[in-house]
Design a protein. Structure first.
Length: 334
């Protein structure tokens, strides 16, 4: 599989956990310039695909058509965690587009944010589809179907035109044949696709630098989506989450997905970064990503500092007492 140790976690001076995985860094031509492990490992994008899954809505100017605010539009690419401001914006999207919550194919659930979940429980509220972290993506796709006259009730099926367009969009960004892209079903019930790790990084580089995209319609859509993500980073995940902290940096386009996959594009440096933590851990993302940025000499130290503050390398117990440490240990093999 080509996985190598990316991060160690120690407790009491004893190695307790080893997080394996792979990292790929590509230049603006898609060439791998740094790697740890297999830079071409086939990886499901999971929610890291959302900026690209939002392209059908962005290409058709769904936000302008229905009078959505830029803040609301950011939810098309979000894995929101159900805070009150997320739900308010989603409610507004449904009202403006005329979409019924029951049309969302994602299942009813409670918010991922623990405080938000507790509030819903305290208020004796039931699970809702709008609370699902993928509900913004689903809303955007249904709105695109409404505009195109496509069946709104089967938008989640692999053979549906909107899903075919998403596959073609991923193939276009990654510069691979559509036929080479494996397909599965994501947690929210939509089709999800896999790409080699280096192609994920290359796709995120194009999201960050749309001048690399020849198709002007797609380039404009990508630029607008990435801009919304940077303008409203708290809409993409949570008040305090890796995606949010990275997107506060206007030089970065970024999105993570379930089971440890992450994609990043750096505008000034014109490089794409992708990684996969093989055990699916998101807890070690900040440690690994901050270390990657340090090793490439990234200039915005405040971004690195925010990552370390989000999940410090010092491990503490439930009472706040230091009990160990985590550190990135990967070495470039290229």
């Amino acid at each position: 599989m080509g996985f190598v140790p990316l991060a160690y976690e120690y407790r009491g001076g004893i190695l307790e956990n080893v997080h394996y995985g792979a990292i790929s860094i590509v230049d603006e031509h898609g060439n791998v310039i740094h790697a740890a492990g297999d830079a071409h490992h086939m990886t499901f994008l999971r929610s890291a695909a959302k900026p690209f899954q939002a392209m059908p809505a962005m290409r058709r100017n769904i936000d302008h058509l229905y009078g959505l605010s830029d803040k609301e539009t950011a939810l098309f690419a979000a894995s929101h965690r159900g805070e009150a401001f997320h739900i308010d914006a989603l409610t507004s999207i449904l009202e403006k587009t005329g979409i019924e919550e029951s049309q969302l194919h994602c299942c009813a659930t409670y918010p991922l944010n623990e405080d938000a979940k507790a509030i819903r429980h305290q208020n004796h509220e039931s699970k809702r589809r709008i609370f699902h972290n993928c509900s913004g993506k689903h809303s955007g796709l249904i709105a695109a179907c409404k505009q195109m006259g496509w069946d709104e009730n089967t938008y989640y099926k692999p053979e549906h035109p909107v899903q075919k367009e998403i596959r073609e969009t991923l193939a276009y960004f990654a510069e691979v044949p559509v036929s080479s892209i494996p397909e599965g079903i994501d947690g929210c019930g939509l089709p999800i696709h896999a790409l080699p790790l280096d192609k994920i990084g290359y796709s995120f580089l194009k999201l960050a630098c749309p001048d690399l995209i020849e198709d002007q319609e797609i380039a404009a859509a990508a630029e607008r989506m990435a801009k919304r993500m940077n303008e409203y980073p708290e809409m993409i995940a949570d008040s305090h989450f890796v995606c949010t902290e990275l997107l506060k940096d206007s030089n970065i386009a970024a999105k993570g997905g379930a089971k440890g996959v992450y994609g990043i594009g750096l505008r000034k440096e014109r490089i794409g970064i992708s990684l996969k933590v093989s055990d699916g851990s998101e807890q070690v993302w900040p440690c690994i990503i901050a270390s990657i940025l340090e090793r490439i000499g990234y200039e915005n130290q405040s971004t690195i500092d925010r990552l370390y503050k989000l999940v410090p390398n010092e491990i503490v117990n439930d009472g706040g007492t230091p009990v160990g440490e985590r550190k990135a240990v990967f070495e470039w093999n290229k």
